[in-house]
Ligand binder design. Structure first.
Ligand code: MTE
Ligand code: MO
Length: 330
């Protein structure tokens, strides 16, 4: 009974960690702040349950074979995901060799979910009516309460250590180069290559018109906005260029499709045009190639993967803005 209860709780926590982790990535707006905190709390709940799970696992450890392998993989992957999660938040370590802590965190987290599914198929956890008894719900609440306390305690630890984690953004990201414009990292979602485009002659097609970066810059719009990469860093800059609503007539179309010369694209609701900027400059300096020269999109309030670089075309159509993969696929 106690073993099954522990397994069930762990399964629920792991799924909650997956869903909240994914949501923090895909959305990461102020409105989803609670989801990011929830991700931390349920994950600490998993750590708190570990001693019980050790007891449960010890009883079944004599079984051998591939089932055993899946169980070990699950423990190892969960352990790595938890450890790298805490390290990422602390900001004390950001990479090991060629990979970032965040990459290990996401990789091991996805691996743990695959392993937990395999494990659940091998050793199904049956849900009984008593599992939802008042008593067990209180137990669950107590566990989350403890995890919440641990979360607050960890925040105190970052304060005391004066670790970057003490000053992290609500997404968990750490600040880089906000005062020194050209110092923030250049990064790609997956494997886009930085294209070689001539900033003097390259033209961006916005609806029916073609514009050089000089012409875009001449509109003279600017905005302070925070680029927050799911890689775990953010930077706040002043971006200059042309607001998208300058090109759009009222009442036409449902979404704005912004495409890069690389094929990378994202779709936005038409009513957000005035919050989107085609940028040519940062703090008065032309964009560098890595940062999206000649023209890149600035999408305030959205995670970095929405900020399409090397913009090639902007079009408007009747496709609903939610009709796209939640995360880019290239
Ligand atoms: N064309 C294109 N645009 C892109 C990406 C990409 O891979 N290809 N990566 C996005 C991601 S994940 C981030 S965080 C920002 C990074 O912008 P930066 O390199 O100027 O820091 O660009 C976004 N725009
Ligand atoms: Mo990113």
């Amino acid at each position: 009974m106690a073993g099954r209860r522990t397994n069930l709780a762990l399964l629920a926590l792991l799924l909650a960690a997956l869903v909240s982790g994914f949501t923090s990535f895909a959305l990461g707006t102020k409105a989803t702040m609670a989801v990011v905190i929830g991700h931390g709390v349920v994950s600490l709940g998993i750590i708190l349950l570990a001693p019980w799970k050790t007891g449960v696992a010890r009883r079944s450890i004599r079984r051998r074979g591939w089932k055993q392998t899946v169980s070990f993989a699950l423990v190892a992957l969960t352990g790595v995901a938890l450890l790298t999660g805490v390290l990422q938040v602390s900001g004390l370590v950001t990479e090991v060799g060629p990979v970032t802590i965040m990459q290990i965190h996401v990789g091991s987290g996805i691996g743990a979910v695959v392993a937990v599914l395999a494990h659940t198929i091998m050793r199904p956890v049956k849900v009984h009516r008593v599992d939802l008894s008042r008593r067990n719900l209180l137990r669950g609440a107590a566990l989350l309460g403890l995890a919440g306390t641990a979360y607050l305690a960890l925040n105190r630890v970052w304060d005391l250590l004066d670790a970057p984690g003490a000053k992290r953004r609500f997404t968990g990201s750490h600040e880089v180069g906000s005062e020194d414009p050209m110092r923030f990292p250049t990064t790609q979602w997956l494997n886009d290559r930085v294209p070689l485009l001539d900033p003097d002659s390259f033209q961006v097609r916005v609806l029916d018109g073609d514009y050089t970066s000089r012409e875009i810059a001449a509109f003279g719009d600017s905005i302070n906005a925070t680029l927050d990469c799911t890689g775990g860093w953010f930077t706040t800059q002043n971006w200059q260029g042309a607001s998208l609503d300058r090109f759009i007539k009222d009442g036409v179309g449902r979404s704005i499709l912004v495409r890069s010369v690389t094929g990378y694209w994202r779709r936005f609701p038409i009513d957000q045009a005035e919050r989107l900027l085609l940028a040519t400059h940062i703090a008065g300096e032309p964009l560098t190639r890595g940062h999206g020269s000649p023209v890149r999109l600035v999408a305030p309030g959205r995670r970095g993967f929405w900020w399409v670089k090397w913009v090639d075309t902007v079009t408007i159509d009747e496709v609903p803005p939610w009709w796209q993969p939640p995360l880019p696929t290239a």
